[in-house]
Design a protein around this ligand. Structure first.
Ligand SMILES: [Zn+2]
Length: 238
């Protein structure tokens, strides 16, 4: 077989292998990415929860402030009551006092309600924190496994890259550029086998003359329809 053609087939074979490792890498990383996404969504839930807790605490403290003010008011009323001169004035103060006491009661009820909500939110928060801890432990374990598998793939890639670089170095630069040009649009299918007398890149039939040239393998033959480099696989030669 033509030496240049042999080199092109080999170069393409190596690049296909590299391409095939991409989904392998992705599937190795997938479980880790899934766990990390789970962790992220729990963390954002936690953030929201913290914000809610902050708001409820604020509302609670507003009510506490209100109660303090109302208690001051009650003291005031008490003082005034001791100094009143008429029944009418006393009655008016009594109404004011009653109103303040009712407001205090309402505020206390609100505070109790907020405390109950806070308790629930804190419980939820603790649960989420526990879940995050569990996922973090999972991530640590999974990462060990993933890194080991990735290292293996990385080794394979390095070997292929090394072979590819060596091959390119000894290749005729013109042939290499020719291949790169086809690769620009054809990607890793720049060099394809002929199957049943058809180019397996574009699936078009090739005529007998070109087919016999491909069979001989004495020259680099491109598909007349798409321009990919054609060859016959060993097992198809008979
Ligand atoms: Zn073709």
């Amino acid at each position: 077989m033509n030496k240049f053609l042999e080199e092109l087939i080999e170069l393409n074979r190596l690049e296909r292998k590299l391409k095939e490792l991409e989904p392998v890498e992705a599937s190795i990383k997938a479980p880790l990415i899934k766990l990390e996404n789970q962790k992220k969504s729990l963390e954002s839930r936690l953030e929201k929860l913290d914000e809610e807790i902050k708001n409820i605490k604020l509302k609670k403290s507003k009510n506490e402030l209100l109660i303090a003010e109302l208690k001051e008011k009650l003291k005031d009323i008490e003082e005034k009551q001791s100094k009143v001169k008429s029944e009418k004035e006393f009655k008016a103060l009594q109404i004011e006092e009653e109103l303040a006491r009712e407001q205090i009661e309402a505020a206390n009820e609100e505070i109790a309600r907020f405390e109950k909500i806070l308790e629930q939110k804190e419980e939820e928060k603790a649960e989420i924190e526990k879940e995050i801890e569990k996922i973090e432990a999972d991530i640590t374990l999974t990462k060990v496994d993933v890194d080991k598998k990735l290292e293996n793939v990385e080794k394979q890639k390095e070997e292929i890259y090394k072979k590819r670089d060596e091959l390119i170095k000894k290749m005729n630069p013109k042939i290499y550029r020719f291949y790169e040009k086809i690769k620009r649009w054809a990607g890793i299918s720049a060099v394809v086998p002929v199957k049943k007398q058809a180019c397996s890149g574009c699936n078009m039939k090739i005529n007998d003359k070109i087919f016999s040239e491909v069979l001989k393998g004495e020259e680099i033959v491109t598909c007349p329809h798409c321009g990919r480099v054609l060859f016959i696989e060993e097992e198809d030669k008979e």
